[in-house]
Design a protein around this ligand. Structure first.
Ligand SMILES: Nc1nc2c(c(=O)[nH]1)N[C@H]1C(S)=C(S)[C@@H](COP(=O)(O)OP(=O)(O)OC[C@H]3O[C@@H](n4cnc5c(=O)[nH]c(N)nc54)[C@H](O)[C@@H]3O)O[C@H]1N2
Ligand SMILES: Nc1nc2c(c(=O)[nH]1)N[C@H]1C(S)=C(S)[C@@H](COP(=O)(O)OP(=O)(O)OC[C@H]3O[C@@H](n4cnc5c(=O)[nH]c(N)nc54)[C@H](O)[C@@H]3O)O[C@H]1N2
Ligand code: SF4
Ligand SMILES: [Mo]
Length: 757
């Protein structure tokens, strides 16, 4: 027993030196691990933004502890946060720069890359160099990168994994409010009378948000809208198993019912919105009976939902990927916003349409970026705005881009066409996380140079011509801004691993190889220099950081923007009484948004709807979590959730292994979990695993406004036996009919509900 315990704990409890001692701030800690110092920081995983301390002993990170005085998490952390120090010493870290897999000096890596970028730009124009980045850099780093790309390299083909994630929320806010910017605060979960969670599995993915709901003394009415009985569904008073990707129709009919019943807030609508009469006409296409057929929700439930929403003194709707990752993502966001505007459920405590962000700095990257707007939420294409920015940062206005470049998927298409020849990928791992992997992999092969800047040997780094090894969380300093607009400080606790450098240091040094360092980073040497410029750049903008300082951020445990002379300690929520919207007449837009059926719906050859998502133990493409045993051991491989009815048709049971295929490809050997969590006709697979790479199957369908992929619905087939060796369903056979014939020819057991085409 003792020896088993020793294995589990990693130390011998009998040994004197491991006796427990009391730490005044953190309670009981074993001496063996007792840190020499605790470093104030912020979690680098999800957008909740929990405050924590990193415990350091002998120059190594050995502990992570929640910060008890932090308003976001009050000392608690989820399993990923609690084990976060372990990622720093992962065996997959990269210590040296590499060219073609061989260790080289930084000078060699920078030289080869800059020479190639310059040559490509000279031969094919500056826009044939592209960058795909992330929502996981610090704001200072991201701001530095934006300047590098657009003012230095002069390419606006600069996008990031945020387009796989938050882009629909950004585009939705922009079309409804005139600007990006989530209006609400976590505090609103504590005061809402009704909370609607749409396509948001917070129990797995934003676990610490539950803390704020638990603190709500009003016992709020919780509605969870999700096609799958997620862990979050289990905390709902009303769970709505909506048909996949029909949320837009649902929110339109709720608006219809509210107007039909005269439940709208006329005073708010008149004072603060545009477009009521058009919306009224438009909604005639969304009567409850029809929407009931689309969504699978009973008419009575639709009326009950609408009634509860207007009856609640304060109603909050929070959403994540079930809404954003859709070909209708942007407009679904606006349909949610419409409901809040019609009822005045916004700008007050406990209210608001509230997009929860995914990555630790998804917010900071959209505020500081040049991807979908100029820094500080400045729109592209306005001469006055461009001049103002150019003056603020002292660059010629001709350098400031006038429009956004290609979105993520368009960059991949341009590579495929041979138009883009050099790609620099920073802190994202598309060879697991992007749709239609086969196409992506073949496109990347057409590049003259692929440069990957990563802290771990990711699947994409393995394919790189050049690798820039980056320092990661715990090894560098700067700020992250969380879902509620709270800018938090992350600090360096230990030295960068091996010869890696912080992304900030990489950008600064690398810019020297192009000769634009002094122009874009004038006398910068540390992240604080970028932060000071960013404060100037955001002054008087909606996302105003001007009155923040690193010191104040630590003192207040994060500050919510806008933070300026008028609100020196930040602002809890947007669009309260005195705050105008950012449209020309300062009113929000009620928008006529249209529901459309799925372009590639299930059919006889691909009769099941594949839903993809996450589990609490793993982070995205697992570069951070796969070597942390306490996380990985709980979810070491992907699985497919299958309804008992479908399991019966396929003659499979839990524990069996099956193959999945779509028109894009095939994934073998996925373990079956038979469960009522998914309806018959749908299956769920987590996307984290390169071993069972589910993005081999996902659709190349995107929201035309945001560019976000429709990750949550792809038509697939399950096969209870393996295709014979050497036989593949090739790309030439993409026609559904052909694939179906092939499947039959090979005598693969499909057993779909209808046997013929
Ligand atoms: N443990 C962990 N936490 C994470 C992450 C992680 O990788 N691991 N990633 C972070 C990031 S970047 C993000 S973006 C967030 C994502 O956080 P979530 O959005 O919560 O994550 P998902 O599991 O992708 O999807 C959420 C839910 O959408 C549902 N859904 C699918 N289709 C529909 C639909 O048509 N309508 C509705 N209403 N719902 C639908 C799915 O069934 C799923 O339960 O999580 C963040 N937190
Ligand atoms: N099917 C399906 N696919 C999806 C989704 C889905 O729900 N379903 N969700 C999408 C969403 S919302 C997201 S956000 C994406 C996430 O997809 P990715 O962005 O590909 O996921 P990560 O594994 O977080 O990639 C981050 C990379 O940065 C590296 N890294 C970590 N720290 C640092 C650092 O400090 N500096 C540098 N330079 N590198 C660092 C990591 O090792 C890792 O390789 O996946 C998307 N893909
Ligand atoms: S909820 Fe998010 S921010 Fe908080 S500890 Fe977990 S992963 Fe980190
Ligand atoms: Mo995300």
């Amino acid at each position: 027993m003792i020896s088993k315990l020793k294995d589990f704990l990693g130390f011998d409890i009998k040994a004197e030196k491991y006796k427990l001692s009391s730490d005044p701030q953190f309670g009981m800690i074993s001496d063996y691990k007792k840190p020499d110092k605790w470093v104030f920081s912020t979690c680098g995983y999800c957008g909740v933004g929990c405050g924590l301390y990193i415990g350091v002993k002998d120059g190594k990170a050995v502990y992570t502890k929640g910060n008890p005085t932090h308003s976001v998490n009050k000392g608690t952390l989820c399993p990923k946060g609690l084990s976060e120090h372990q990622l720093i010493n992962s065996p997959d870290r990269i210590s040296e720069p590499k060219i073609d897999g061989k260790d080289v000096t930084w000078n060699e890596a920078f030289k080869k890359t800059s020479d190639t970028f310059k040559r490509v730009a000279q031969e094919k124009g500056s826009k044939s160099v592209a960058i795909i980045s992330t929502g996981q850099l610090l704001t200072e780093e991201f701001y530095a990168l934006g300047k590098f790309a657009q003012l230095g390299l002069k390419t606006n083909n600069f996008d990031g994994n945020t387009t796989l994630c938050m882009a629909s929320a950004v585009a939705g806010y922009k079309q409804s409010f005139g600007s990006d910017g989530p209006p609400s605060s976590y505090e609103d979960f504590e005061y809402a009378d009704m909370i609607i969670l749409v396509g948001a599995n917070i129990a797995d993915n934003h676990p610490i948000l539950k803390l704020h709901i638990n603190k709500n003394k009003k016992k709020p009415f919780i509605v969870v809208i999700d096609p799958r009985v997620s862990k979050t569904a289990q905390m709902a008073d009303l769970f709505i198993p909506i048909n996949p990707r029909t949320d837009l129709a649902l929110f339109n009919t709720l608006a219809y019912i509210i107007l039909e019943q005269g439940w709208e807030n006329t005073e708010y609508i008149t004072a603060s919105t545009n477009g009521l009469s058009d919306l009224k006409k438009h909604l005639q296409d969304y009567p409850p009976q029809e929407v009931s057929n689309i969504t699978g929700i009973e008419v009575e439930t639709l009326y009950e939902l609408a009634r509860q929403f207007v009856k609640a003194p304060a109603a909050l709707s929070a959403w994540t990927m079930g809404v954003n990752q859709s070909a209708l993502g942007t407009d679904t966001v606006s349909a949610i916003v419409n409901l809040h505007l019609l009822t005045g459920q916004i700008g007050r405590v406990g209210t608001g349409p509230f997009s929860i962000t995914g990555q630790c700095n998804a917010m900071g990257s959209r505020e500081s970026s040049f991807t979908s707007s100029l820094p500080g939420y400045r729109p592209f294409g306005d001469e006055e705005v461009a001049r103002e920015y150019a003056e603020l940062v002292n660059v010629p206005v001709e350098l400031v881009p006038t429009e956004r470049g290609y979105k993520y998927a368009e960059i991949i298409d341009a590579i495929d066409r041979g138009e883009i020849k050099a790609l620099w990928i920073i802190a994202t791992n598309p060879l697991v996380s992007f749709v239609n992997q086969k196409k992506l992999r073949s496109a990347l092969k057409k590049l003259d140079i692929l440069v990957v800047q990563d802290a771990f040997m990711s699947d994409t780094a393995l394919e790189a011509d050049v690798i820039f090894p980056a320092a990661t969380w715990g090894e560098k300093e700067g700020t992250y801004t969380n879902s509620e607009r709270r800018c938090n400080k992350a600090n360096r606790a230990v030295e960068p691993f091996g010869n890696s450098k912080s992304d900030f240091a990489i950008f600064l040094e690398f810019s020297g190889y192009f000769g634009f360092k002094d122009l874009i980073y004038p006398s910068w040497s540390e992240p604080k220099d970028a932060f000071e410029e960013f404060k100037r750049v955001t002054k008087n903008q909606l996302c105003d950081y001007s009155a923040m300082s690193y010191k104040l951020i630590e003192e207040l445990k994060g500050i919510q923007w806008p933070c300026n002379e008028a609100s020196p300690k930040g602002t809890a929520r947007l669009y309260s009484e005195n705050m105008p919207f950012s449209t020309p007449n300062k009113k929000a837009n009620l928008l006529c948004v249209e529901w459309l059926p799925l372009a590639s719906d299930v059919c006889k050859a691909f009769p099941l709807m594949l839903n993809t998502g996450r589990t609490v133990e793993q982070w995205h493409t697992r570069t951070k979590t796969k070597s942390i045993a306490i996380l990985d051991d709980l979810a070491p491989e992907a699985w497919v959730e299958l309804n008992p009815k479908d399991a019966q048709i396929l003659e499979v049971k839990s524990g069996d292994r099956i193959a999945l295929s779509s028109i894009n490809g095939r994934v073998e050997n996925v373990i079956v979990k038979v469960t009522q969590k998914v309806k018959d006709g749908s299956v769920f697979v987590p996307f984290h695993f390169n071993t069972e790479l589910v993005n081999t199957l996902t659709n190349s369908e995107f929201c035309p406004k945001s560019g976000e992929p429709n990750f949550k619905q792809s038509a697939i087939q399950l096969h209870s036996i393996k295709v014979p060796e050497g036989i593949k369903i090739s790309e030439a056979e993409v026609s559904v009919q052909l694939v179906h014939q092939k499947v039959e020819e090979l005598n693969i057991v499909i057993k779909d509900k209808e046997a013929t085409l």
